[in-house]
Design a binder for this molecule. Structure first.
Ligand code: NFS
Ligand code: SF4
Length: 659
């Protein structure tokens, strides 16, 4: 292993406890150091973030530059072409939105391609699993379903949803789900998305040198593009995945590295596309492959998920989950992973080296993602098992020849996940009168103060999981119901907050609601594309009534406290454009004290949208979110109700104490 060691003792060694609050990841960082293997945490410690880039004060959009401005004196200088700091920052921001939106949107388009091939019978290994969902999605965009066969409805739905991507003029189909007043604001500013391809192309065009040079106009197209993701690309991904693979409903699932089993062949699927994972599930149930694993001395095959594809199957099939983004390298250090297969998005190139150190085959499967030094086994929807059986065979062979010492941190948390927006309605209202009314009622009467979406990545620039967990604890303590997706959800699952018992950590009002319904105070909705479920849930809250008539009126707030990806920036922008106050942590790619900053952080709200917020620490973020929720409650005239309910509760407690 000598040549694989990290070179040079001069590298900074930071205490592991500064890197993460995930015990398993901490153990594996320590082991990796002993083994001489470098992980993202060490790389982050030894690579100071570029201060000019962090403020977005540089531009490399043409060969007259690259140009560097000074964030300390933002208006003291312009680029060679004369571009101001506001133009440079808003163009950089625009390119992040375009790239982030393209990622989830392209993923959604893949799901739609699969849907088409399934309907036409060209792909036989998948089928339409959830016909109830098929009908409800079709109806939600005005497709008449009475008297039609499943195939007829599916075909019509396909051709409608294709417009989400390819439409040249007009509004995307899911604009029909947007509350009327919110849609009016979008129309007023001319930002209702046409098709995602058009919006992304437009945004790339106008952020080219010498095109759009007004930060307000660039921001408008950022919103339009981001909305084409949230209400378009991502929403289609969620809905089609539900139709093909089943709409999630709550299941108890194991999370953390302890889900690996020393005496089993362990296979990890890491990425975003549910079709690969669904086929992996088939492969690990193949009796010939199970027999082969046993013949190699294993007790069986153990399939485990990571990151977003992990969350999707975790919600649908109860497959255990080993950890979030910052644990993907660390999990290989256990030596117990017999194959890690990946598809697209958030796959660190550093995995190649770590996998190599522990003789784990790292297998890429998607035409969009090859990684130098990894093995590529192409996944083909016409014959998916060809790829996934092959992965299992490689894993069995690695198991048989395991040389790496196996050391699995024995941590497992069990939590309940899989709260689709449909299930939330059913859970609150009961099967005969499924509705968001009880949620609205509890917000109106003050038991629930408001709703927060806490989502997004982990990032080695902050202590892994720590901000997610502390923030969510603070929110629920203040009677804020928390909805979660993405790597954030995994942080909370590991911390044990996704169980109904976690209700004891909630404030008195939220606790009472959770105990009555039997639900956790933290509801996991799935992968990052499933942020679209939060949009649908919020729209339902507006529709049910009593909380204002646009999304911007709701006492809700969003946050990605440990974000790192461009997808997160795009998601933030579509929440803001939809009317939600959205706070980001870590760092914000923009210079404070500039016009563009003021536009994103103040003026958008004055125009009827949401706005951006920024803070690093959990307590500070919580304060911002709660203050916003209270501001919205006050505007709705609900501030008194909450005082009353808290007073009632104090009285009741006093009576209990006296008794
Ligand atoms: Ni979202 Fe999911 Fe995780 Fe961040 Fe990456 S896996 S799509 S981007 S890191 S939450
Ligand atoms: Fe410099 Fe303008 Fe070229 Fe950007 S577009 S690199 S600011 S000259």
């Amino acid at each position: 292993m000598a040549e694989k060691l990290i070179k040079g003792k001069e590298k900074k060694e930071i205490p592991v406890s500064d890197f993460t609050t995930c015990d398993s990841t901490a153990k594996m960082i320590t082991k990796a150091r002993l083994d001489g293997v470098e992980l993202q945490f060490d790389r982050a410690a030894n690579m100071k973030a570029c201060p000019i880039g962090a403020d977005s004060a540089c531009c490399k959009h043409c060969a007259m530059g690259p140009c560097r401005l000074n964030a300390k004196d933002p208006y003291g200088k312009v680029g060679v072409c004369g571009a101001t700091i506001d133009t440079i920052m808003s163009r950089n921001f625009a390119r992040m939105v375009a790239a982030g939106g393209a990622a989830h949107t392209d993923h959604g388009m893949n799901m739609l391609d699969l849907f088409r091939e399934v309907i036409h019978g060209k792909v036989k290994d998948y089928k339409i699993k959830d016909t109830v969902k098929l009908e409800s999605v079709a109806k939600s965009i005005g497709i008449e379903t009475d008297g039609k066969t499943v195939k007829e409805i599916a075909l019509e739905l396909y051709s409608e949803l294709e417009r989400t991507y390819t439409q040249v003029e007009g509004e995307i189909p899911f604009a029909k789900r947007v509350p009327e007043k919110t849609l009016e604001t979008w129309r007023k500013y001319d930002i209702v998305p046409r098709g995602a391809m058009r919006e992304i192309m437009d945004l790339m065009h106008r952020s080219h040198m010498g095109v759009d040079q007004h930060y307000e106009n660039i921001t408008k197209q950022c919103s339009r593009t981001a909305l084409a993701d949230g209400w378009g690309g991502s929403m289609v991904a969620t809905e089609i995945s539900d139709i093909l693979f089943g709409t999630p409903s709550p299941v108890a699932i194991e999370t953390d590295m302890g889900v690996l089993k020393e005496d089993h062949v362990n296979i990890i699927v890491h990425g975003h596309e549910p079709n690969l994972f669904e086929s992996m599930i088939e492969s690990v149930h193949e009796s010939t492959l199970i027999d082969a694993a046993k013949a190699a001395g294993a007790k069986g095959l153990n399939l485990v998920g990571m990151c977003c594809s992990g969350l999707e199957v975790f919600n649908r099939h109860g497959v255990p989950h080993a950890g979030n983004f910052s644990s993907t390298e660390a999990v290989l250090v256990t030596g117990a992973v017999d194959a890690m297969t990946v598809d697209v998005q958030c796959i660190q190139q550093g995995l190649v080296k770590v996998a190599d150190c522990y003789d784990t085959p790292l297998i890429t499967t998607n035409t969009r993602c090859h990684i130098e030094g990894a093995q590529h086994v192409q996944f083909d929807e016409q014959d998916p098992k060809d790829c996934t059986d092959n992965v299992v065979i490689k894993a069995i062979s690695r198991f048989k020849n395991r040389t790496a010492k196996v050391d699995i941190p024995q941590n497992i948390s069990i939590g309940v996940h899989g709260f689709s927006h449909e299930y939330i309605s059913y859970m609150l209202g009961g099967s005969f009168r499924g509705s968001y009314k009880p949620l609205n009622d509890n917000i109106i009467n003050g038991r629930i103060r408001g709703v927060a979406g806490v989502v997004g990545c982990t990032n080695p620039r902050v202590k892994q999981d720590s901000v997610h967990v502390e923030l969510v604890k603070e929110l629920i303590k203040n009677d804020v119901l928390v909805l979660q997706t993405g790597c954030s959800q995994v942080a909370l699952a590991k911390a044990g907050l996704t169980t109904p018992e976690a209700a004891h950590l909630a404030g008195p009002g939220l606790k009472e609601v959770c105990e009555t319904v039997g639900m956790p105070p933290v509801l996991g909705l799935g992968a990052c594309v499933d942020n679209s479920r939060i949009l649908v849930a919020a729209s339902e809250m507006v529709r049910v009534g009593g909380l204002g008539d646009s999304l911007a009126d709701l006492p809700v707030a969003g946050c990605a406290p440990e974000y790192m990806s461009e997808k997160a920036i795009c998601i933030g922008q579509y929440f803001v454009a939809s009317g939600v106050y959205t706070v980001f942590g870590v760092t914000f790619p923009i210079t404070e004290g500039t016009k563009f900053h003021k536009h994103l952080f103040e003026e958008l709200e004055e125009q009827g949208f949401g706005k951006w917020g920024f803070a690093v620490g959990a307590q500070e973020i919580a304060k911002l979110m709660i203050a916003h929720i209270d501001k919205k409650r006050q505007a709705l005239g609900l501030d008194k109700a909450r005082e009353r309910v808290l007073m009632d509760m104090a009285d009741r407690r006093a009576m209990d104490d006296a008794a």
